[in-house]
Ligand binder design. Structure first.
Ligand code: IMP
Ligand code: MG
Length: 169
């Protein structure tokens, strides 16, 4: 496995993002919503550094890119989400690729009555975005390579790696 971003660099950047987020919310309560499963490590590490009154919840969003590349089907499941009406949401995902997932999940949370939705992603891939979408917080901008580790998977494997890596081929 080739290491693209070492664990130490992730840790340093996550601390910076947490400080930036805490400053932006000025002590106001935030509800962090992670998109499972990729958000796992980013969410766990980030929330431990955010000095704010904070709730955390999760949703799932599964795309079917393997099945049909063109349909862009996305299934959002939010049975585990508490009532978020009137709450300020910080939505977290592992990576911004085409932008379709985050665009739809943001719309879904607004639909559920969120007072505001800001978005943080650990990674943003260059040259892949298909829908205009501007995240509020970005950890790292990366080249158009398929990455794994720190929550990101290939066929549900490699999520546990403490670094971001590229599978050699
Ligand atoms: P989008 O809707 O195309 O932006 O897709 C975002 C989702 O695709 C992420 O939440 C990941 O689950 C997955 N994804 C995109 N690129 C990668 C990658 O390089 N490695 C692993 N998963 C990826
Ligand atoms: Mg995924």
């Amino acid at each position: 496995m080739d290491v693209l971003i070492a664990a130490e660099r992730i840790d340093a950047r996550v601390r910076e993002l947490a400080a930036e987020i805490a400053r932006a919310y000025e002590g106001k309560p935030v509800t962090v919503v992670g998109i499972l499963t990729g958000c796992l490590m980013f969410t766990a590490d980030l929330i431990r550094r955010i000095d704010l009154p904070l709730r955390v919840a999760f949703i799932t969003a599964s795309s079917y890119r393997g099945e049909t590349t063109t349909s862009g089907r996305l299934e959002i499941r939010d049975e585990l989400l508490p009532d978020i009406s009137g709450r300020h949401i910080l939505l977290l995902d592992d990576i911004l690729d085409t932008g379709k997932t985050l665009t739809r999940v943001v719309a879904h949370l607004i639909d559920r009555g969120a007072a505001s939705v800001k978005v943080g992603v650990l990674l943003r891939k260059i040259g892949r975005q298909e829908v205009p979408f501007e995240p509020d917080y970005v950890g790292f901008t990366i080249p158009d390579k398929f990455v794994v580790g720190y929550g990101l998977d290939f066929n549900d494997e490699h999520r546990h790696l403490p670094f971001i890596g590229v599978i050699p081929h």
